[in-house]
Design a protein around this ligand. Structure first.
Ligand code: ADP
Ligand code: MG
Length: 692
């Protein structure tokens, strides 16, 4: 058994399970070994009721001091009891577990573990798990992995498969140089991989994770340095000249560019007219007007007689860009010939688009990564723009270079990255920052509330819809987690489908409600976004798929459920979906957690509308112990590392790479032999880390 063996070769993994694994991105044993737990369960010491805290998962040993009652409401069976341990009382509630009536008896003593909540001033545990004493004592000494799940597979089944894989497959040996292992106090690689799945104890887990996060960052930065070298030597095959079209367009625009936009545009113009290929990142907070910069660059490309492509991370976003660029093109007589290229188009539509592109009749091509697929042949592609989270790496460049000459690259990102980290992460790019919002924007009004505020929020939503506005509601999950219902951390987590049903009951029936999530077919997603844009939908319930780039200026309310489960940077992006038009906009962050720290963290959003500041504050509030905190940024597809939470490690990895390359640029020294061998064996493309 090796890294390339298909998972179906494992005992207990049949065709059906293999299919589910594939959905989770796991095809081979190697994939499985790199399929890290999303979380770990550490069992707590049993504590007296006097010491439990709301919002936390606790284990208690209690006696039932009331009668055990069972009620039926529609198809829900609810079992209730009150328990005590002499130091306090707690209410227990179980749903749809009628068999417990024969287990739980008045006067009996039970060991229970669950999330502590408070209802009407009384502590409550809903759906706690019942344990036998010996069983719990054993669990106390372990840290159990919790893997990302999908319908059709349990955590237990994944655990078993991983165990088998680890004991039958020879793992990659250590390849980091000894001096780095020593200076960073890193665990040996094989030991780290084992402990990431099955940690000996919590401290070992922290060390194991540190080792693997360091590796991710290290390889990534090493790749960046390589890429930087490659980029610096590339001469431009597409020298641009100034054109009158740009001036004409800017004159016709109903607004002035902001000073920040002007500055950034100047930098881009200079790049495009220069002798070297452009490789530039434009960073700007949500709503700062990055699209306008992209449009200027495309117009300049077209007026120089070349083709420009713009790549978006989702089809919805690509379609949106296409629509708004086409509209401007007409309105301001820009003379461009835009064409859309997305997966949802029919084969015939695609063929037509390919033909237009190949003949050069289409000069602005907008789409998803389909833009760089083999079938697309460009006539004279001079510029590629990637919008929001879409990294353009060496691999993609090479694919395009095979079809023609290397184009200029412009990357747009709204992820607010503090300067110190940006230098490391974007070392291969020149960076422009749009650090100013268009002036006439009304600041968004924010509030951070608990779930008791919902009623008020619903009435407010009705009022806004009555005034002709539209609303987003965000939930963390797509549907109710079936297979994972024994996970106490999943209590009270809202899901898009269930929440939509609920809203249909509590909101006025005249309000049109629909939902959207990432698992839907993209043609359906497009339809729903289209309907929302055309005001045929008033309230859109969605997962964070709408986080990126969506521009519906008539939407004025953003309500985020379970705000505690999102990173601040992500919440800030979500907030950026409103406040894009002339109307006053509102953001309601609903927290289901009673923890004090959570509320404090969310309050940061209340105080600031500046994405960069928020990211920095969030960073400051985190301690080194917050290793398994919320992932902040989807832009960097690290498996384990998070650029915000692991910022310190990121910097360390950066200086290790710099030191290594300054002492041994071509990795020729003996002590770096195994690193070199590993890189060659993997023929690994480091920039993949930044590509979705
Ligand atoms: P983002 O940076 O989030 O991609 P967009 O480019 O989508 O922002 O711009 C948000 C909105 O602001 C758009 O409706 C756009 O037309 C408008 N806009 C862009 N630049 C300006 C400006 N200089 N003055 C006024 N409005 C602008
Ligand atoms: Mg945008």
């Amino acid at each position: 058994m090796n890294y390339n063996t298909p998972v179906i070769q494992l005992k207990g993994v049949g065709e059906k399970t293999a299919k589910v694994f594939e959905k989770l991105g796991v095809k081979t044993i190697g994939d499985l070994i790199r399929f890290y737990p999303r979380d770990y369960e550490k069992f707590e010491e049993v504590i007296p009721l006097a010491e439990i805290k709301k919002g936390e998962i606790c284990a208690v040993r209690v006696r039932i001091v009331s009668s055990v009652t069972v009620r039926k409401i529609r198809n829900l069976t609810i079992l209730n009891a009150v328990a005590s341990d002499g130091t306090g009382k707690i209410k227990l509630t179980f749903f749809n577990m009628p068999f417990l009536r024969n287990v739980l008896k008045t006067g009996g003593v039970y060991l229970l573990r669950g999330l502590v909540q408070e209802k009407d001033g009384i502590p409550v545990m809903e759906q706690p798990k019942l344990f036998k004493e010996e069983e719990y004592q054993k669990l106390l000494e372990t840290v159990q992995p919790r893997y990302p799940l999908s319908a059709g597979i349990t955590n237990q089944a994944i655990t078993k498969a991983v165990r088998q894989a680890l004991s039958n497959c020879e793992l990659d040996h250590e390849f980091l140089p000894d001096n780095i292992l020593a200076s960073q106090k890193l665990m040996d690689r094989e030991e780290a991989v084992h402990n990431l799945h099955f940690p000996k104890d919590f401290d070992t887990l922290i060390d194991a994770r540190k080792r693997m996060v360091f590796e991710e960052f290290f390889l990534f930065i090493l790749g960046l340095r390589k890429e930087k070298e490659q980029n610096e030597v590339v001469d431009s095959k597409f020298p641009y000249v100034e054109t009158a079209q740009i001036y004409r367009f800017l004159e016709r625009l109903p607004f002035q560019l902001t000073n920040a936009q002007k500055k950034v545009w100047n930098e881009i113009e200079e790049d495009l007219q220069g002798r070297k290929l452009m490789n530039r990142l434009v960073q700007g907070d949500v709503g700062s007007g990055k699209t306008m910069i992209a449009i200027l660059a495309l117009l300049m490309t077209v007026s120089n007689g070349y083709q420009g492509a713009m790549m978006a991370p989702t089809e919805v976003l690509a379609k949106q860009h296409f629509d708004s660029i086409s509209e401007m093109n007409e309105k301001y007589g820009m003379g461009m010939h835009p064409v859309l290229l997305i997966g949802a188009m029919t084969a015939k539509e695609k063929r037509e688009a390919y033909a237009l592109i190949a003949e050069g009749k289409a000069d602005v091509i907008i789409g998803t990564h389909a833009l760089i697929q083999e079938k697309v042949v460009y006539k004279k592609l001079a510029l590629v723009i990637t919008d929001e989270q879409h990294r353009f790496g060496v691999k993609q460049r090479e694919t395009l270079a095979e079809k023609g000459d290397m184009p200029h690259v412009l990357v747009m990102s709204a992820t607010p990255i503090p300067r110190t980290l940006a230098i490391i992460l974007y070392g291969d790019l020149k960076v422009s920052v749009i650090d100013e919002l268009p002036a006439e924007r009304k600041p968004i009004k924010n509030c951070v509330v608990d779930t008791s505020y919902r009623e008020k929020a619903y009435r407010f939503i009705e009022k806004e819809v009555a005034a002709g506005r539209q609303v987003y509601v965000i939930c963390p999950m797509v549907e109710e987690a079936e297979t994972d219902s024994d996970d106490p951390s999943m209590v009270n987590v809202e899901n898009v489908i269930g929440y939509t049903e609920k809203l249909k009951e509590v909101l006025s029936p005249s309000i049109q409600i629909a939902y959207l999530h990432g698992k839907m077919k993209s043609s359906l997603k497009n339809e729903i976004m289209e309907a929302f844009k055309n005001k045929n939908i008033d309230v859109l319930v969605s997962t964070t798929v709408i986080e990126v780039g969506i521009n519906v200026p008539n939407a004025t309310v953003m309500m985020v459920e379970n705000a505690e489960r999102f990173g601040l940077a992500q919440l800030h992006q979500l907030r950026g979906r409103v406040g894009r038009g002339e109307h006053q906009s509102y953001c309601i962050f609903v927290s289901s957690s009673d923890k004090k720290e959570t509320m404090e963290r969310l309050e940061i959003l209340n105080k600031s509308n500046d994405g960069f500041k928020i990211a920095e504050e969030d960073l400051k509030m985190r301690g080194p112990g917050d290793l398994f905190g919320i992932r902040q940024s989807g832009e960097f597809a690290f498996k384990l590392g998070d650029i915000y939470n692991d910022a310190v490690l990121l910097k360390e990895a950066g200086s290790c790479v710099d030191k290594l390359l300054s002492e041994d640029t071509f990795l020729e020294k003996k002590e770096n032999e195994r690193l070199k061998a590993y890189l060659e064996k993997e023929s690994w493309n480091p920039v993949d880390f930044r590509t979705i």
